[in-house]
Design a protein around this ligand. Structure first.
Ligand code: NGQ
Ligand code: ZN
Length: 460
């Protein structure tokens, strides 16, 4: 397939008349700029590399916006988690599949073309493995396949309630694996990988995974695949940092880095509470920081010094996590605006040498997200995935915007229906701003939510 775009965002910036050759494998085999008058129809607008969403808990889409009632339980991250666990206690695989498919349609329409699904809801409602232990994982994988979203499935290890071996409680029984069974489960999923469906591994957090299991699983995963993505929730809440210090004498990032396992295949999700030395060390090993700005804001996690990470040469990508937003632009703006309010300056989160804030944030998040999800290349370049988002620059909102400012304008100012078409692996999944399967997927979602009503009506 050959796609000829009026404009495309290439590593060099916005370039005119760009032809992408897409191989049968769904990857870009050649990019040529300045292609004119060869008879092929020109696709008007601006082609952007699709945004990777490096951190998702798909099922949480069903409660987004329904945990905003003060006065019930603890007004904290931990209180929110209690509400989330009440949803966990009710979900069957068909619910998770319906919710995930609905979310994934929303992600694609918003310009995300791949997702890291941090999957820890493994077992049945009583905490027993399903007859096929991978039933729930395969349900979220199937959802991505149905709607054409590229997915790195991250089966997640969860063994204890807190640092030092605290027992699992209530809903957490659905998350538990012993180490041997977990490795079998990962292996079973890897054996069913395909071009759009890859398997990585996650550790839920240092709270939930004891050191011996972390070391054993990391060694086994690295022996099987030296570049397999490895993700962990690392330092999201002050209480978590304090508990880690009390347990080990080390802060979470310090502890993990000293264990010697971290390499550029790692993604540290919510590296919110880090010292300057920890930030520099994350940058030095080349790991990706998984930023989820809208969820981190929603949960009151704390501020992340993205400007310091970038100044140290560090990498980041974005995730929609609990899905209080499914718009990548909102994640990027939120990361930058937190810094503007904090530093009392503008254009703060700039990669070294960059001048356009929106374009620089977008490109950095594409690169870091792609790295975290295990994509061999990123961006609209030879070898990269043919994951493309077409911006309709003929809309009135874009009139008068010069090419060099198009991505800034897209990221920073209201352009609600800017996305026209989306391709993943060379297949067009969104046309005219709407996912091809939206109607069906909505019906299944509504039916599932109707079954779950008592849990999701928490906020009423
Ligand atoms: C999660 N979510 O696993 O879904 C977590 C909350 C926890 C975020 N951290 C549960 N945003 O960390 O224990
Ligand atoms: Zn998370």
């Amino acid at each position: 397939v050959r796609l000829l775009f009026e404009r495309a965002l290439l590593p060099a910036g916005v370039v005119r008349d760009v032809a992408l050759e897409v191989g049968a494998d769904g990857f870009i085999s050649a990019v040529t700029a300045g292609v004119r008058g060869d008879g092929a129809p020109v696709i008007r607008g601006l082609a952007l590399p699709g945004m990777p969403n490096l951190h998702s808990h798909a099922f949480q889409r069903a409660m987004a916006g329904l945990a905003e009632v003060a006065g019930r339980g603890e007004r904290s991250f931990w209180g929110w988690r209690a509400v989330m666990y009440r949803l966990v206690e009710r979900l069957a695989p068909e619910d998770v599949a319906a919710i995930a498919a609905f979310l994934y349609v929303e992600l694609l329409e918003a310009g995300y073309t791949s997702v890291g699904e941090f999957h820890y809801l493994h077992h049945d409602i009583g905490g027993q493995p399903y007859p096929d232990p991978a039933a729930m994982a395969l349900a979220v994988r199937r959802a991505a396949g149905e709607v054409g979203l590229r997915q790195t499935l991250l089966p997640t290890l969860y063994q204890q309630g807190n640092f030092g071996g605290a027992p699992l409680e209530g809903a957490q029984r659905r998350f538990q694996h012993d180490t041997g069974r977990f490795l079998d489960y990962v292996q079973a999923l890897r054996a069913r990988d395909s071009q759009l469906a890859r398997t990585g591994v996650a550790f839920h957090s240092l709270r939930a995974v004891p050191p011996a299991a972390l070391a054993e699983v990391t060694a086994a995963v690295r022996a099987a695949d030296p570049v397999c993505p490895l993700h962990v929730h690392i330092a999201e809440q002050q209480r978590e940092v304090a508990d880690c210090v009390a347990w080990s004498g080390r802060r979470p990032v310090e502890y993990l880095l000293e264990s010697g396992v971290v390499d550029a295949g790692w993604c540290l999700v919510h590296a919110t509470h880090v010292s300057a030395a920890e930030l520099a060390a994350i940058a030095a090993v080349g790991a990706v920081v998984g930023l989820c700005p809208t969820t981190e804001g929603n949960l009151g996690d704390g501020r992340f010094a993205l400007d310091e990470l970038l100044a140290a040469g560090g990498r980041f990508g974005i995730g929609s996590d609990s899905h209080v937003s499914v718009d990548p632009r909102e994640e990027l703006r939120s990361a930058e605006y937190t810094l503007r309010l904090w530093r009392e300056r503008r254009a703060v989160a700039l990669t070294p040498g960059a001048t356009h804030t929106g374009a620089a944030l977008y490109a950095a998040a594409v690169a870091g997200g792609g790295q975290a999800l295990g994509h061999a290349h990123h961006g609209l370049a030879s070898g990269g995935p043919a994951d493309v988002v077409l911006i309709d620059t003929d809309r009135a909102e874009f009139c008068g915007v010069p090419d060099a400012a198009l991505v800034d304008a897209y990221v920073f100012a209201p352009r609600p229906a800017a996305i026209d078409r989306v391709w993943v692996g060379g297949h067009e999944v969104v046309a005219g701003g709407r996912h091809r399967a939206r109607g069906l997927v909505e019906e299944r979602y509504r039916a599932s939510i109707a079954r779950l009503a008592p849990a999701t009506a928490e906020g009423s």
